[in-house]
Design a protein around this ligand. Structure first.
Ligand SMILES: [Zn+2]
Length: 169
């Protein structure tokens, strides 16, 4: 009767910051998405949250169930669970899709089978979110990078086009 193990889905695991709460999800997830809504921004204390969504029955808490607290948002009825020892957000349950649960992508130690190609509440995206602009090392601060200033960028572009012009003439 060992054959069931061969046919069961592979799982990916995750945990909270302190390690008290651990969980597993059957691979692959259903989808993954970036959430730019105000509620998720505040709940995570981050510019946006990235979630992996899966069917409720494909997700299990494997340790620390008693460490989990739940917070219900009055306006929407959505429930956010978190580790009461370290505060890590664990599960986001939305009222519009009761069979699905959403777990922060960052809590998984390996790939979840879905890339976060979807965005929710994109109109609430903050202008201070990093959108992949080129970065340069900050002089005198190892490990710190910053966006090139517009002035410098313009100067560099002008220099570049001047050198191209001189080469072509
Ligand atoms: Zn924890």
């Amino acid at each position: 009767m060992k054959s069931w193990k061969l046919t069961s889905s592979p799982v990916v695991t995750g945990q909270c910051l302190c390690g008290a709460v651990r969980f597993e999800m059957e691979y692959p997830a259903f989808w993954a998405w970036h959430d730019h809504s105000r509620a998720s921004r505040l709940a995570h204390g981050a510019v946006y949250a990235t979630y992996v969504g899966t069917w409720r029955k494909r997700f299990r808490i494997t340790a620390g169930e008693r460490q989990i607290n739940r917070f219900e948002e009055k306006e929407t009825g959505a429930v956010r669970s978190f580790c009461r020892r370290c505060g890590t957000r664990l599960i986001y349950e939305r009222t519009r899709s009761r069979h699905m649960i959403n777990i922060p992508r960052a809590l998984f130690q390996s790939r979840t089978g879905r890339q976060p190609i979807y965005h929710i509440a994109i109109e609430e995206m903050q202008d201070w979110a990093h959108a992949g602009e080129p970065l340069v090392p900050l002089k005198g601060y190892p490990g710190v990078f910053c966006r090139r200033s517009k002035k410098k960028r313009r100067r560099q572009e002008a220099r570049l086009s001047a050198s191209i012009r001189s080469r072509c003439s």
